[in-house]
Design a protein around this ligand. Structure first.
Ligand SMILES: [Zn+2]
Length: 112
């Protein structure tokens, strides 16, 4: 999945603001240029809760990214594909001890 940096930042900002509203009772994290709007008195427990929520969000995002990476097959370059069936999935091309590759899809042994 491709995301551009602005979309990622906007999504992050929304998540941070949600945490700020829920944990710190701060309506926005945008600087508004007035001390009464930009500075807040909050408890250490609320700050801890906000940090914990942000940490858990990052942890969940990392796990999701890892699961996507693991479920997306990797492919070898076209020049290294199985010459018989064209298989390129690295999980189906097994290196043999003699520097040859065995294609699990069709059984062909070849030298890439
Ligand atoms: Zn093959």
């Amino acid at each position: 999945m491709k995301t551009n940096k602005n979309t990622t930042n906007a999504t992050l900002n929304r998540k941070f603001e949600k945490i700020a509203r829920e944990c710190l009772f701060i309506q926005t994290l945008r600087e508004r240029g007035r001390d009464c709007l930009d500075f807040h008195e909050v408890s250490v427990l609320a700050i801890r809760e906000a940090f914990e929520k942000a940490y858990n969000l990052g942890l969940a995002a990392g796990r999701k990214e890892m699961e996507q990476a693991l479920s997306t097959p990797e492919f070898v370059h076209r020049d290294d594909a199985c010459p018989k069936c064209g298989e390129r999935n690295v999980d189906k091309l097994i290196w043999a001890d003699d520097h040859r590759v065995v294609c699990a899809a069709c059984g062909k042994t070849y030298k890439p």
